[in-house]
Ligand binder design. Structure first.
Ligand code: ACO
Length: 432
């Protein structure tokens, strides 16, 4: 018999052995599916702090050591040696592409950059000052009406790898176009068609920056840096937005509806929306005459809900390896592109002070991926409202790969958690 945990119900003295399941790495989990049947109990785990809700082969996080792997490869190696599209291929298929497959995949993505002309009408319906995240999530949901056939992918028997691969390519290649259109619309700019002669990341910068006549200045170093940022965001275990995608997937809804739900979840300031907040906060600190202590004190005050944005993580109790890669990238870029040194100084100082402060040390609060990404994105001339859409572009492949994994898990059931009811009971409507 394998390892197990014995639970004794002190009310009845009844006991149950629950099996312990071991993955290939990481914390083992207790399989509690018989708990309710045997003891009439559910578990309570606010925010899923101790709950695994699926098995996955895609990414692995060692939160204590501060390590992240995609399909077994260490993130720092991948970020240094591989392009974002090769990372997409890895996450979708399990292996990096050879040279031929890499070229073919690149071509398949390029030919799918374009949107149906009718979809462009959607952007007109949004007020000009709408946040690009609002337009982006709606645009991706709207894609489901253009590719209704992908709903068949939700029927397990018809969910062929070939169809899935096409659906995945559509999502990866069209999200940057919708994101760029969302931004241009929010600024009252004409929409610029994708350019299939350009690599994925260059094409995104082109769509953001180009004049209607096609003029756009894009440096190789900018493409390489943004490509690395996409890679660092490609997948990250069962975070809130991925969980949203898996939850919608479990109901059999259209895959694009699931991705749109993921975009909605990512928007929040506790998740992907933090990158926008970090930059605002760094600017606020800089404008306050670098009064870092005031901000640290507020973050520590239990009566103030202020948080140091870009710090802390549910899983990492060590330096986020993605933040480490971004910090290194930033150091490399310092002499090559126009980094805001004033903000950089504030960020370095803030990190230094926080990491030597007992409050942050005791709670193991380290910089996360969002802490440095905003400074680099600003140096890449990405507008602040596009920081979270950039995260969406990078994460799109992770969401699709997780969707596919969820769809193909034979033990998959509709995601349907329980609750502890604390409302009023047995009330009667009085007759007048
Ligand atoms: N600043 C100050 N205190 C913090 C911070 C922070 N950024 N993060 C956590 N804490 C404190 C909490 O107040 C709490 O203190 P307490 O034990 O005295 O009550 C303790 O650390 C634990 O915090 P929780 O909120 O319980 O941790 P949780 O795992 O639920 O939250 C989260 C993680 C949401 C990332 C949190 O650290 C946070 O809000 N950070 C700021 C926002 C941010 O940077 N988000 C991006 C995360 S990365 C990503 O999603 C891409």
């Amino acid at each position: 018999m394998g390892n197990s945990v014995t639970i004794i119900d002190n009310r009845s003295g009844k006991k149950i052995d629950l099996p312990i399941l071991e993955g290939n790495r990481g914390t083992p989990v207790i399989d509690i599916k018989d708990l309710n049947k045997e003891l009439g109990l559910f578990t309570f785990d606010n925010g899923f702090s101790s709950t695994a809700h699926c098995k996955s082969e895609l990414s692995f996080i060692d939160g204590e050591k501060g390590e992240l792997f995609y399909r077994g490869y260490r993130i720092a190696d991948i970020a240094e040696k591989k392009s974002y599209l090769d990372v997409c291929y890895l996450l979708l298929t399990g292996e990096f592409p050879n040279e031929k497959n890499s070229l073919e995949f690149d071509m398949l993505i390029r030919k799918r950059y374009f949107l149906h002309e009718t979809l462009k009408e959607l952007f007109r319906a949004f007020p000009e000052n709408s946040h690009p995240m609002a337009t982006l999530s709606s645009g991706v949901a709207a894609l489901s009406s253009f590719y209704r056939e992908h709903l068949d992918l939700c029927d397990n028997k018809k969910c062929g790898t070939f169809d899935y691969f096409i659906m995945a390519q559509r999502i990866i290649s069209k999200i940057p176009t919708i994101a760029a259109y969302s931004y241009r619309h929010s600024k009252g700019l004409s929409l610029v068609y994708p350019d299939a002669n350009r690599y994925f990341t260059e094409n995104f910068l082109y769509m953001l920056r180009a004049y209607p006549n096609g003029d756009a200045e894009i440096k190789d170093i900018e493409v390489k840096s943004l490509d690395t940022i996409f890679t660092l965001h490609a997948d990250h275990g069962q975070n809130a937005s991925t969980t949203a995608v898996r939850t919608v997937c479990s109901t059999g809804a259209h895959p694009y509806a699931a991705i749109s739900a993921g975009i909605g979840a990512l928007w929040g300031r506790a998740h992907g929306g933090a990158n926008e907040q970090v930059l605002n906060q760094l600017r606020e600190i800089s404008d306050s005459g670098n009064d870092i202590k005031k901000f640290i004190d507020r973050a520590k005050d239990p009566n103030d809900d202020f948080r140091l944005m870009g710090f802390g993580h549910r899983v990492y109790k060590n330096y986020d390896p993605r933040a480490k890669s971004l910090k290194e990238l930033q150091d490399k870029l310092k002499n090559e592109i126009n980094i805001d040194n004033k903000l950089l100084e504030v960020a370095y100082r803030l990190e230094e002070i926080a990491l030597s402060d007992d409050y942050f040390i005791e709670r193991k609060l380290y910089p996360n991926v969002d802490f440095y990404s905003g400074i680099i994105l600003t140096a890449l001339k990405i507008p602040i409202s596009m920081f979270t859409p950039v995260f969406v572009i990078g994460r799109s492949v992770g969401w699709i790969a997780q969707w596919f994994e969820h769809r193909h898990d034979p033990s998959m059931r509709i995601a349907r958690p329980r609750q502890l009811y604390i409302g009023k009971v047995d009330r009667k409507i009085e007759d007048n």
